[in-house]
Design a protein around this ligand. Structure first.
Ligand code: ISE
Length: 337
């Protein structure tokens, strides 16, 4: 087996294909060995120009190959669980796109399976933790120079939603990042979630109430509010304002060249998450590859995947009831402390 990781990328959709290109062109110490997709033509398109990589339609077939020693899971979330068990059985390093699994009960079973294995093999793809702005804000919070963090105001805006994006997915697919990054920034678990539905845009597809206002409380009482607005039309924006005892910090605002031209001034809005978080994805996958070659993981754990699944479950219940819902968490196993 080569010193480099030979990765099976499972799922060749938007994120999977993006990770294939990343592994092939920008990540050191890892290469694409196989790409799996139910649509063989899509898997073949993803490996075009990559020598020695094979396109397959079955994850089992990829994991059974002698030349594969790592797995990157980028299928839709409801397909993760089965692949996770099979990869754990082979004790392979795993980078699993979020969500770990779609609900807290199945995520807990994955946590239990990893505990049985006795060491961490699963890194969950919460890429915001690798974004330079979030890392800087995290350092300001833990550094303590600005006093205690009191509140976070988060805006999460997407231009539109792909077909099949349900009302629940505003929480489980989008706010899930907010849950993770709030836990990451504060170092605390989230205790309650409430969702308020106000005036809705006419641009949302049938069945979606958009935008939604999500109110979050952490263990020490830090309050966070999230505007999740997934049919905002104008482009992609993820921004946070943090209120401290000694000041205010903004991250994720507009950046890039400020242009004055032909009687106008301004810049460009990023079109989507692949562009907005492109560098963060690169850093994330490199951190995973570096750690995996040493038998470790380089980021968010299966516990983080479970804890955010529990937040999502509370969030979906809160969407329906309008009530403040408690997040139910099992005790944290020693493997993750
Ligand atoms: C998408 O799946 C992502 O992960 C993006 O970061 C998020 O902004 C978007 O709302 C999700 O649908």
């Amino acid at each position: 087996m080569s010193d480099s990781l030979r990765v099976a990328v499972i799922g060749a959709g938007r994120m999977g294909a993006d990770h294939v290109q990343r592994l092939h062109t920008r990540i050191h110490g890892a290469e694409v060995g196989a790409v799996v997709d139910v649509d063989l033509a899509r898997a073949q398109a993803a490996i075009a120009g990559i020598e020695d990589a094979v396109a397959l339609t079955s994850a089992d077939e990829a994991l059974a190959r002698d030349d594969i020693n790592a797995v990157l899971i980028a299928t839709p979330g409801f397909l993760h669980e089965d692949i996770l068990y099979k990869a754990l059985e082979k004790d392979l390093p795993i980078l699993c796109e979020k969500p770990l699994t779609p609900d807290a009960a199945s995520a807990w079973k994955v946590v239990e399976a990893e505990q049985k294995l006795g060491h961490k093999r699963i890194q969950v793809g919460f890429m915001r933790r690798y974004d330079a702005d979030y890392a800087r804000l995290g350092a300001l919070i833990s550094g303590g120079d600005m006093g205690e963090l009191l509140m976070l105001h988060c805006a999460h805006r997407n231009p539109d939603t792909p077909p099949g994006f349900t009302n629940e997915m505003l929480i489980t697919d989008s706010v899930v990042h907010e849950f993770d990054v709030i836990r990451f920034l504060t170092g605390e678990e989230i205790t309650t979630v409430q969702v308020r539905l106000g005036k809705a845009t006419r641009n949302a597809p049938e069945g979606q109430h958009d935008p939604q206002h999500v109110l979050i409380e952490t263990a020490s009482g830090i309050l966070a509010d999230v505007e999740i607005y997934v049919n905002a039309q104008f482009g992609y924006e993820v921004a946070t304002q943090a209120s401290f005892e000694e000041g205010i910090v903004n991250i994720g605002g507009d950046s890039g060249p400020y242009i004055r031209r032909a009687g106008r001034w301004g810049g460009e809005v990023t079109p989507g998450f692949i562009e907005r978080f492109g560098t963060a994805y690169d850093v994330e996958v490199q951190a995973w590859a570096d750690a995996a070659r040493k038998g470790e993981i380089g980021g968010p754990t299966a516990w983080d995947g479970y804890a955010t699944a529990a937040c999502c479950e509370a969030g979906v219940e809160a969407q329906k009831s309008g009530e403040k819902v408690k997040v139910q968490l099992n005790a944290k196993p020693a493997l993750y402390t």
